[in-house]
Design a binder for this molecule. Structure first.
Ligand code: NOJ
Ligand code: CA
Length: 693
C-alpha cells in the first residue's frame, strides 16, 4: 500500500483524525490476529468452495463449508474419543496452520480416464490442548473445485501411544429438508439394499456414499477416501440434519486400535451445482496414495463370460452332483464361446470342494486348492491358453476369514501356476458375521467394513499382487479409491447387482440402475455383471425377471464403469440376438476420458467415453421408471472429423414390462455439430458407438 496515498495534510484537526484512524487500525489488526488464531480457511482453486476451520466456545474443533457464498455444511463438530485417553474434542485451541497449493496431473494404469487432474489448496491446522495432558493433532483440509477432504493426523507424542478409538465425532450438518439417497448401514445384507429417497431428516444409519440434493439444487456426496487400517463409518443421524460418523466396531466393541502416529481416512464432501457434476468428480481418487505396486502392466482390463448365471437361475449348482456347473466339459464350452466372440476370460465358480450342503454357512470347509472330480484345472487352463483366453479364478469364503487366510498362499500359487490373472473373491455372510478364530480357539464375528475386514482385504490384495493377480471382491468393504494405491483391486461389487434379477430374489426396479451411478458408483468401479438378454427367464408371467429393456443391458456397459465387465448371460441367449450382442463385443472397458453429459438422480443418466488408445467414442444412456426424450449434442467430438454412429436404441413401442425386446439398430454420419434425438423407453436405454470415418 503506497504511504503517500494514505497520508493526510498535517493540520491539528487532521492529526487528531490520524490518531483515531491509527487506533482503529490497531484494534482491527488485533481483532484480525486473534481471529486468525480462532479460525483458518482454505478456498478451492476456483474460489467457489470455502472451508472454515475453528474451535467452538468450549474449544471443540469444528468446520463449515460454503459453496458459491451459501452455506452447504453448517458448523459441524470434529474430534475423536478414546477408551482410556483424553479425547481430541473439548478444550482445544487453534495453534497455527500451514498452507500449500498443488496442481498436478497423474496417469492411471487403467481407468475411466487416463489423466487425472489433481488441483487443490490445503491447510494443515494444528490443534493443541493443555486441558488435561498436553496433546495435539492436525486436521489436514484440502479444497478442490469438486469438493473437500479432511483427515485427522495424530502425530507421535508422549501422551498418545497405543490408543483405542471408541467414537469419531465428525459431523456433516446439512439442511434436514435436503433430498437424500441412501442405503441402510450395518444391516444384514451389507451394501445389497435398494436405495431410499427421503428427506435428509429421515436418514437412519446409512452407508456412504450418501447423496444429497439441497433446495438450491446443489448436490453433495458424503463419503471417505483411502480407508486403510481404520474402520469404515456409517452416517448416523443425531438431531435432525446432524449426520455424524459412526465407526464400525470390532466384535469387542472398540472402533479402532491404533498406535500414534496415525492418520484417519479422508472424510469427503463432493460438491456440485447439479447431479451430473458429481459423476465428473475425481476427488476420491485424488485423495488416495499413488500406486504402491510398481509395474502393474499385468493388471488387465477386459471382458469375461462365466459359469455363473446358470447357478443363479437354479439350472446348475455350485456343489457337486448331476447339475454341477463347473465341470471340465462345461468350462470348455464357455472357453469356446469366449474365444469365438473375443472375450478375455472365463469365470469358473464352484470348482473347488466345500460347496456341498449349505455353503452360506459352511465357510470353514472350503478348500481352495482341491477340485471336484469332474473338474480338471490344469486341463481347462491349458485349453483356454491355447485359445487366447484366461480362466478367471474364484474364492468364495462365506465369510470365514481364518479358513481363507490359512490357505491363501497355496490358493494364489495354484492360480498363478495356471496363468490365472484375475480372481473374484466372495464374502457371503450376513453383516457382522465375518468369522476369525483367535489363538485360544475363540471365534469372533466382525462386520465387512470394520478395521478387521479393512485389513483383511488389504492382506488379500498384497498376497495376490505378489503373484500378479488382480482381485474383484464381492461382498466387499465399500470402495474408497484404493485402486489408485493397489491397481490390482480391479473391481468389486458392494451394491445390489444383476444377480438380484435371477430366480432367487425379486428384481431391482428400473429406478435402481439410474440411482447407482449417483451413489455406489461414485465410490469406484462396480462388477455389476450386465448383459442379460433373456429378460424373462422364468416365463413372461413371472415376477422373477429383469426390469429393463434389452437396449438398457447394452447401455450399462458404458454407464456403469468397471475395467472388467462380464457378459453375464448364457451363451445360448446371446445367439438369439446376434445384432445386439455385437455392441457387447465392440465396447471396450478401458477409457481415455469419460464425460457425464446429463442426468438426474434416480431418473436418468448419460455418459460419453473415449476408448483408450483410440479415437472411438461410446455413449450410454439409461432411463428409470419413465420414458424420456434425450437431446444429445455431440460437441465433445473432434471438430475436424466425421464419425459413423451405430445407434442401438429402444423401439417406439418398447417398455421394460410389456415389450423389452423392441429395438432398432441404425447408423448415421455425425459430426461435432450433430444433435441426436433419442427416445428411451421406461426402464430403457441407448448405446452408441462412434468411429471416425
Ligand atoms: C455372491 C456373489 O455376488 C455372486 O456373484 C456369486 O456367484 C455368489 N456369491 C457365490 O460366490
Ligand atoms: Ca453379492
Amino acid at each position: 500500500m503506497g504511504e503517500s496515498k494514505n497520508s493526510a495534510p498535517k493540520t491539528a484537526v487532521s492529526r487528531a483524525g490520524t490518531c483515531r484512524i491509527g487506533a482503529l487500525i490497531l484494534i482491527l489488526l488485533i481483532v484480525s490476529l486473534s481471529a486468525e488464531i480462532h479460525a483458518a480457511t482454505v478456498i478451492s482453486p476456483d474460489g467457489r468452495i470455502r472451508v472454515e476451520i475453528s474451535v467452538g466456545d468450549d474449544g471443540h474443533p469444528q468446520y463449515r463449508v460454503n459453496y458459491r457464498n451459501a452455506v452447504v455444511v453448517e458448523t459441524s463438530k470434529l474430534g475423536l474419543r478414546f477408551a482410556s485417553h483424553h479425547a481430541l474434542a473439548e478444550g482445544f485451541e487453534l495453534a497455527g496452520s500451514d498452507y500449500r497449493a498443488s496442481d498436478n496431473t497423474w496417469e492411471q494404469p487403467w481407468g475411466e480416464f487416463r489423466l487425472v487432474h489433481d488441483a487443490f489448496n490445503e491447510r494443515s491446522v494444528r490443534f493443541r490442548s493443555n486441558d488435561g495432558p498436553a496433546r495435539e493433532f492436525v486436521l489436514v483440509v484440502r479444497a478442490f473445485n469438486d469438493g473437500i477432504g479432511f483427515r485427522y493426523v495424530v502425530p507421535e507424542q508422549p501422551y498418545y501411544k497405543d490408543v483405542v478409538i471408541v467414537d469419531e465425532l465428525t459431523e456433516f450438518r446439512v439442511a434436514s429438508d435436503a433430498t437424500a439417497w441412501w442405503i441402510p448401514g450395518r444391516g444384514w445384507n451389507r451394501y445389497e439394499f435398494l436405495y431410499r429417497e427421503t428427506p435428509a431428516a429421515d436418514i437412519a444409519l446409512a452407508h456412504t456414499p450418501v447423496t444429497l440434493k439441497l433446495a438450491s439444487g446443489v448436490h453433495l456426496s458424503l463419503h471417505e477416501a483411502a480407508l486403510t487400517d481404520y474402520p469404515a463409518y456409517v452416517i448416523d443421524q443425531r438431531r435432525d440434519g446432524v449426520l455424524k460418523t459412526n465407526l464400525t466396531p470390532w466384535s469387542g466393541g472398540e472402533r479402532a486400535r491404533l498406535t500414534a502416529p496415525f492418520v484417519s481416512p479422508w472424510r469427503t464432501i463432493q460438491v456440485s451445482p447439479d447431479a451430473r457434476g458429481l459423476l465428473n468428480s475425481s476427488l476420491i481418487l485424488n485423495l488416495n496414495e499413488p500406486n504402491k505396486l510398481g509395474d502393474v502392466s499385468w493388471v488387465e482390463p477386459g471382458k469375461y463370460v462365466g459359469i455363473w448365471w446358470a447357478m443363479h437361475l437354479g439350472e446348475r449348482t455350485w456343489g457337486s452332483g448331476a447339475a454341477h456347473g463347473a465341470t471340465t466339459a462345461e468350462t470348455k464350452r464357455y472357453i469356446d464361446f469366449a474365444a469365438a466372440n473375443g472375450f478375455d476370460g472365463v469365470l469358473v465358480e464352484g470348482w473347488n470342494t466345500g460347496w456341498d450342503g449349505d455353503w452360506f454357512s459352511n465357510g470353514a470347509i472350503f478348500n481352495f486348492t482341491e477340485t471336484y472330480p469332474d473338474f480338471d484345472l490344469a486341463q481347462v487352463a491349458t485349453y483356454a491358453r491355447d485359445k487366447g483366453v484366461r480362466i478367471v479364478g474364484h474364492h468364495e469364503t462365506s465369510g470365514h476369514i481364518s479358513n481363507y487366510e490359512a490357505q491363501i498362499d497355496e490358493a494364489f500359487d495354484l492360480y498363478e501356476a495356471h496363468g490365472v490373472r484375475q480372481v473374484k473373491t466372495g464374502y457371503v455372510a450376513d453383516g457382522g458375521d465375518l468369522r476369525w478364530v483367535d489363538d485360544a480357539g475363540v471365534t469372533h464375528r466382525e462386520w465387512h467394513d470394520g478395521q478387521f475386514a479393512v485389513n483383511h482385504f488389504e492382506r488379500v490384495l498384497i498376497a495376490a499382487a505378489k503373484r500378479r493377480i488382480s482381485i474383484n471382491t464381492h461382498e466387499p468393504v465399500k470402495d474408497t479409491g484404493l485402486r489408485r494405491t493397489y491397481p490390482n483391486w480391479i473391481s468389486r461389487e458392494g451394491a445390489r447387482g444383476q444377480e438380484y434379477n435371477a430366480s432367487w430374489s425379486l428384481p431391482n426396479p428400473p429406478s435402481h440402475n439410474v440411482t447407482l451411478p449417483y451413489t455406489r458408483l461414485l465410490a469406484g468401479p462396480m462388477d455389476f455383471t450386465p448383459g442379460i438378454f433373456d429378460l424373462m427367464h422364468q416365463g413372461a408371467d413371472s415376477e422373477y425377471r429383469v426390469q429393463s429393456t434389452l437396449m438398457q443391458q447394452l447401455a450399462l456397459y458404458v454407464v456403469f464403469y468397471s475395467p472388467i465387465q462380464m457378459a453375464a448371460d448364457l451363451p445360448e441367449n446371446y445367439r438369439k440376438f446376434r445384432d445386439a450382442f455385437r455392441f457387447i463385443q465392440d465396447v471396450p472397458t478401458d477409457w481415455e476420458q469419460s464425460i457425464a453429459l446429463d442426468g438426474e438422480v434416480g431418473e436418468f443418466v448419460v455418459f460419453a467415453r473415449q476408448q483408450r488408445g483410440s479415437d472411438d467414442w461410446f455413449i450410454g444412456a439409461l432411463s428409470g421408471d419413465e420414458p424420456r426424450s434425450l437431446t444429445l449434442p455431440l460437441d465433445f467430438l473432434d471438430g475436424d472429423r466425421r464419425y459413423r454412429a451405430t445407434i442401438y436404441r429402444d423401439g417406439d413401442d418398447a417398455h421394460w414390462r410389456s415389450n423389452p425386446y423392441d429395438y432398432v439398430i441404425d447408423t448415421q454420419t455425425v459430426t461435432k455439430n450433430t444433435v441426436l434425438d433419442i427416445a428411451l423407453a421406461a426402464g430403457g436405454g441407448a448405446a452408441i458407438g462412434l468411429s471416425p470415418l
